[in-house]
Structures are given as structure tokens and as C-alpha cells.
Write a protein of this length. Structure first.
Length: 337
């Protein structure tokens, strides 16, 4: 497989220069590698970027190096184009079709409590079970618990703050990454496969997490944390921000309580951040269940309204009851929780 060295140079300047206007001027990813150095400069490429490009042009790479999405291509995730400086290259491992669904980001502290990990795991399960995608950063603590909660569904997206090959060489990351990929999920990075993590790579990773998500839930966060940075990016991009409230004397809850005091929506029920998306993905029905359940409804009424067999509709409703999205009243009627 071949990948032009210009893309590796572009990746090194990710977050410091917007390549999208340049790629559009040059007619797409192909134009970027086929034009001359003079044409690159004329199109707006900074000279310092040009000087960083090795002169060998294309180079032989292995499978992991070649699994990438290039800005300006049709399969590049449109959600990232909301960023002022979207990543020029995204390396991936797993099912890239996961990117077609806007997911829910669940983020938080590495030094998390058992309670926080339990909430994150249940949020991950709810999002994935509803047909959405759980998005997080694959770090220990809250991120890892959220990924584990979503593992059974395969709707799991991990965004790394280092290269994928580098992460796979580290024992604490290897098992989680392989589990996500093997369960049908996706691991994504804007950093070349061998790039190591650094203090600046995680804030850069967090902007990608926020952009790919329709909303961000912060479960636990200290006073200064990466989760706060993710929430800030989400707000700047017009995404919803939720936070799980905690004890006022708990260091792990300071960040969440601070976010809530500054306008984040508190998560007071586990289904709150996910139920709208849950209905969108799970109820591909002739008449949406969401509209039908504006009040208590019996199973027979719903069968007549939807045209779905009673056995199948009963299964869908029971799944939603287990997820906390629907309740079954003593009368036998179903309603939104």
C-alpha cells in the first residue's frame, strides 16, 4: 500500500493549520499529492509545512498506516468539518461505518470513583443498546467504563490521543482497543500510527470527541480536567452538554457541579441524555412510538396504529422498559418514563 508523505506532514500540523480550504482549492485529496511545491504555496500552504515534507513522495506502508480517511474525501466524517481546523488525516482500526451515526460522548476523570464508573458503564450501555454510538477517549476510569458498557452492541468509538500502533504496544490499552474492534466498533486517531502521547495531544483529541458527538456527558471531573476541555469544545460547536451531579465535598464531582452551575444540564435520570436518540434509532416504525406514547396506551392500540405484530411490538416495548425509556403502568398501559 502507498500513502504520500505529504499526508504525514499534514498530520503533524493538525490543529495548527486548516487544510480544508487548501484541499478544496487543489481539487481534493488527489490534487494535494499531485500538484507541485509551487502550486502548494500558491494555494496557501505555509512554507514551514512544505519544508517538513520528505522528498521521497509516496512510501510503502503497512495495513495500519494505509487505513486512513483524508479530508476532502467522501468518507471523511462531515461532523468534523464543524471544527475550525479539522484533522487532515484520520487513521482507524475497525468498522468505519460507525462514523455514519452521531453518537453520545461520555467522558470523565481517570481517577474515578466506583459510583462514577457504574454511571458511565450504564450510560454506555443505554446509548449503544438504543442503536446509538458511545464515544469516549479510551483512557482509564470513566472513559474505559463507558466503553465497556457499550461493548456488547458494537456501537463503540474510541478516539485516541496517540497513534493506534503506539497504543497497541501499551499493555493497559491493548485489551480495550482489541475488544472494541473485535466487537464491531471503531478506534480513531488523527496522529500517525507510531505517534506517542503528549500533554498537548489529549486536548487535541478532545475536540474530535466533542465534534463527532451530538452531546457530551461529563460523569466525574476534577477542577482542571480534560473532560472540562471536551465540554468547552462541545459548547463552542453548539452541542448539548450534560453533567452528572455529585457531592459538594467530593473532588471528583467538582467539575460536574461547576459545569451545572454554568449551564450544563444535570443528569438526574440515566435515560435523560439518550432517550431522544434511542427513539430515533430503535423505532423505525410507520407511526413513531414517541408520538403514540404521549399518554398511556395499551398494546392493542399500538398494534393497530403501527401495523406491527403484537409479539414484535411487545419485544420492542419490553426492551425500552428495561432501558428506562418506557414504563408499564399497573393498568398494563405503556407510557414514556
Amino acid at each position: 500500500m502507498l500513502l504520500h508523505s505529504r499526508w504525514y506532514a499534514a498530520a503533524r500540523f493538525s490543529g495548527r493549520f486548516s487544510f480544508l480550504p487548501l484541499i478544496r482549492k487543489l481539487g481534493g485529496p488527489t490534487g494535494f499529492v499531485q500538484c507541485s511545491d509551487a502550486e502548494l504555496i500558491q494555494a496557501g500552504l505555509p512554507e514551514k509545512v512544505l519544508r517538513s515534507i520528505p522528498k521521497q513522495g509516496e512510501r510503502t506502508v503497512d495495513r495500519l498506516d494505509s487505513q486512513c480517511l483524508l479530508i476532502g474525501s467522501q468518507d471523511y466524517p462531515a461532523a468534523l468539518l464543524d471544527l475550525p481546523m479539522p484533522p487532515p488525516v484520520l487513521w482507524f482500526e475497525g468498522d468505519k461505518d460507525v462514523l455514519s451515526i452521531r453518537g453520545l460522548a461520555v467522558v470523565g476523570a481517570r481517577a474515578s470513583t466506583p459510583y462514577g464508573q457504574s454511571v458511565a458503564k450504564r450510560l454506555g450501555h443505554l446509548e449503544a443498546a438504543s442503536g446509538g454510538v458511545l464515544i469516549s477517549g479510551a483512557a482509564r476510569g470513566i472513559d474505559r467504563a463507558a466503553h465497556q458498557g457499550a461493548m456488547d452492541s458494537g456501537r463503540n468509538l474510541a478516539v485516541l490521543g496517540c497513534g493506534i500502533r503506539y497504543a497497541l504496544c501499551r499493555a493497559q490499552n491493548r485489551r480495550l482497543i482489541r475488544s472494541i474492534v473485535e466487537s464491531g466498533g471503531l478506534v480513531l486517531s488523527e496522529f500517525p500510527p507510531d505517534s506517542h502521547a503528549d500533554k498537548w495531544t489529549f486536548p487535541q483529541r478532545n475536540r474530535v470527541v466533542a465534534a463527532l458527538s451530538r452531546a457530551t456527558v461529563v460523569v466525574e471531573a476534577a477542577k482542571r480536567s480534560g473532560a472540562h476541555i471536551t465540554a468547552s469544545f462541545a459548547r463552542e460547536l453548539g452541542r448539548d452538554v450534560f453533567a452528572v451531579p455529585g457531592r459538594i465535598d467530593a473532588p471528583a464531582s467538582w467539575g460536574c457541579n461547576h459545569l451545572i452551575s454554568n449551564g450544563a444540564s444535570p443528569v438526574v435520570r440515566l435515560s435523560d441524555p439518550v432517550w431522544e436518540r434511542a427513539w430515533e434509532y430503535r423505532t423505525q416504525l410507520p407511526v413513531p412510538l414517541l408520538a403514540l406514547l404521549d399518554g398511556p396506551r395499551r398494546l392493542g392500540e399500538l398494534v393497530k396504529s403501527t401495523g406491527i405484530a403484537a409479539v414484535e411490538l411487545q419485544r420492542i416495548l419490553d426492551d425500552h422498559v428495561l432501558e428506562g425509556l418506557v414504563c408499564r403502568e399497573q393498568s398494563g398501559c405503556y407510557a414514556l418514563s
